[in-house]
Ligand binder design. Structure first.
Ligand SMILES: Cc1cc2nc3c(=O)[nH]c(=O)nc-3n(C[C@H](O)[C@H](O)[C@H](O)COP(=O)(O)O)c2cc1C
Length: 253
């Protein structure tokens, strides 16, 4: 079992400690566990320059020569990926946001269908729900097979209440058990209605014109007669609802 943990903390604090606890729980079950940490603060990941090359032409045309391709390679060779960020003013940290921006092309042309995600966030008091939802939505848009959430209050206080520590330990165990259950599901992909809608809407928009986003156009040309990005079990009703959304959006454009 191979897991890559992408950590967006600006320091080695509570969020990293929680991911280490997830690793410990996983080690109890998997003797062959490979668990790799990508601390974005230590990695050579430059700030997106907004050139649109990745979206329009392909990620290989990104002018920034840094560690992003090797991080993507690690993610793609993993069974599961943990994305962790503390809440910073009701959002993810700048490191995590830039990392997500650098993977924008995967939002347009999803490709992480073989990986399960776990999204982890820590908070002093407010903003956890928003940050978990954001990271969960992104993992879904990237195509990830499942997304398990783990959100914990870790207020920056000198005397951390023992009851909160016990509650957090229990939540870490519960969420990690759920993540491991998802990791063991090797069945055929069953996309949610939301994912099928995403597919039909993207296909409708991006297969319209080759001019501006040629990489998207080429990608969706190969999928015109398909009901999902990859082989999947998609009931007809989901496709019909999704196609209706797709044509409504085209009409509004
Ligand atoms: C710049 C900054 C912004 C923060 N914003 C929030 C916030 O919006 N809501 C909140 O409840 N806690 C906020 N916090 C507290 C952190 O989310 C919390 O302490 C977290 O556990 C820190 O994780 P770390 O130890 O991995 O750095 C903020 C902390 C920092 C340094």
């Amino acid at each position: 079992m191979k897991i890559t943990a992408v950590i967006g903390s600006q320091r080695k604090g509570s969020t990293l400690a929680i991911v280490r606890s997830v690793e410990s729980v996983m080690r109890e079950r998997y003797s062959d566990l490979e668990f790799e940490y990508v601390m974005l603060m230590d990695a050579d990941v430059r700030m997106c320059v907004g050139c649109f090359n990745c979206l329009a032409r392909g990620i290989e045309f990104c002018p920034l020569k840094d560690e992003i391709p090797s991080i993507i390679k690690k993610i793609k060779s993993s069974d599961g990926v943990i994305f962790a960020s503390p809440v910073y003013v009701i959002n993810v940290t700048p490191y995590m946001k830039n990392f997500i921006d650098r993977l924008s092309s995967i939002c347009h042309r999803p490709e992480l269908f073989n990986q399960h995600a776990m999204v982890v966030s820590t908070v002093g008091g407010f903003g956890l729900k928003q940050v978990l939802k954001y990271m969960k939505d992104i993992a879904g848009v990237w195509g990830m097979r499942s997304v398990t959430e783990l959100g914990l209050a870790t207020p920056p206080v000198k005397n951390f209440p023992p009851e909160l520590k016990a509650k957090n330990d229990l939540m870490i165990r519960k969420s990690t058990e759920k993540f491991m259950k998802n990791l063991e599901d090797k069945g055929v992909l069953k996309p949610t209605l939301g994912s099928v809608i995403q597919f039909e809407v993207q296909k409708a928009i991006f297969s319209k014109s080759r001019e501006d986003l040629s990489a998207d156009y080429d990608f969706y040309q190969l999928l015109l007669d398909k009901n999902y990005y990859v082989e999947a079990s998609v009931p007809l009703y989901k496709t019909l609802i999704a196609k209706t959304f797709g044509s409504l959006i085209l009409r509004m454009m």
